[in-house]
Ligand binder design. Structure first.
Ligand SMILES: NC(=O)c1ccc[n+]([C@@H]2O[C@H](COP(=O)([O-])OP(=O)(O)OC[C@H]3O[C@@H](n4cnc5c(N)ncnc54)[C@H](O)[C@@H]3O)[C@@H](O)[C@H]2O)c1
Length: 329
């Protein structure tokens, strides 16, 4: 099976006006799929209608909240694939408002899965999980067998959300797969603030001629995936029966310290400066330190490999914001 098999298929993407969801929706529309996105467009979150600019006639946009079980019961019907990406993504917000995070990232996931069970048990579901659920790594690289001990409320709720998906696969036969995403970046990421990722605010500051702030000692190691590679992993997981009931890390062969990343993004941009400053008090206790993934499981099972280098990905991301930053402030 190839990606051309998505042509004519009915697809629902929760969180489809957000960063990764909109990139996925555009790709699927280009492949000839009939795409519906559902998104609440809560202003503090990552949804931005400009993300679907140019696709308004080819993608159905349904402004609804996944916390509304009746909307979800209706929306899952008749879908061949469900990409479940809607989420509250801020770790800090999850500590300030734990019950909102619980409702969106945990409770609503059960609404969605129950809706599939009752109305569309033959749908294939891809869930966007996160490396955050590992917490502060006990060893590197982190493989899927690593103990889960999240450092924040968001991580705990995402962990539950992930396991509901696996449970519904194992008990009810609803085909699901969870991808544990690492830091994802690219066009349409949130750059307004650091809610989605620090790289977003770095890009905004660079474009506005401000100094980039690197928190901590700047030696923390991370891995990054360009959004097109993540979209490709989601499409591959959707098409393969080998992914049913399975959990896969995504990751990259490039591991980089935050200082080196700051230097790289400044070099790609051609100007700018960074400064290393101590962690804000509320961030320090939930920081995960060094992280990079072992993604050999998805490489072996589905033959997924990230294709874009960090440098090329940063260059494409900057190019996008040179043109459209005004729509993201
Ligand atoms: N970006 C990353 O680096 C990263 C890393 C790990 C995991 N993930 C996961 O991938 C998914 C997508 O992340 P993203 O980076 O595109 O974030 P995003 O914030 O851009 O997208 C999430 C979308 O969900 C929508 N949403 C939030 N609550 C909703 C609700 N109650 N009902 C309907 N829609 C709602 C938001 O409006 C937003 O458009 C999330 O589940 C996130 O946890 C992302």
């Amino acid at each position: 099976m190839g990606f051309q098999d998505f042509a004519g298929k009915n697809i629902l993407i929760t969180g489809g006006v957000g960063f990764i969801g909109s990139n996925l929706a555009r790709t699927l529309a280009d492949l000839g799929a009939r795409v519906t996105v559902v998104d609440s467009l809560i202003p503090e979150y990552g949804g931005n209608l400009f993300n679907l600019k140019g696709y308004e006639s080819r993608i159905r946009i349904n402004i609804a909240d996944i916390r509304d079980e009746f909307s979800m019961a209706h929306l899952v019907q008749g879908q061949d694939y469900l990409f479940n990406l809607a989420g509250q993504t801020s770790h800090l917000d999850s500590m300030k408002n734990p019950f909102v995070d619980l409702d969106i990232n945990c409770r609503s996931q059960l609404f969605i899965l129950e809706a599939c069970k009752k109305h569309n048990p033959s749908v294939k579901v891809i869930y966007a999980s996160t490396r955050q659920i590992y917490g502060k790594p006990d060893f590197l690289p982190v493989h899927e067998g690593h103990l889960l001990h999240p450092t924040d409320v968001n991580g705990i709720n995402k962990m539950a959300g992930e396991w509901y998906h696996i449970l519904y696969n194992n008990v009810y036969g609803i085909r699901t797969c969870a991808l544990r995403l690492t830091n994802t970046f690219g066009p349409r990421m949130r750059v307004k603030d650091a809610r989605q990722t620090f790289l977003g605010i770095w890009i905004r500051n660079l474009l506005q001629g401000k100094t980039v702030e690197v928190w901590g000692d700047g030696l923390q190691i991370r891995d990054f995936n360009y959004v097109d590679d993540v979209v490709e992993a989601m499409l591959m997981a959707a098409l393969s029966e080998k992914s049913n009931g399975r959990i896969f890390n995504l990751g990259s062969p490039e591991h980089v310290s935050l200082i080196d990343l700051a230097a790289l993004v400044i070099r790609v941009h051609g100007k700018g400066a960074y400064q290393v400053i101590p962690f804000p008090e509320d961030r320090k206790p939930i920081d995960i330190g060094d992280y990079f993934a072992d993604y050999s499981k998805i490489r072996n099972a589905l033959h997924w490999n990230p294709r874009l280098s960090l440098e090329e990905g940063l260059s494409r991301t900057l190019q996008y914001y040179y043109g459209f930053i005004d729509h993201y402030l």
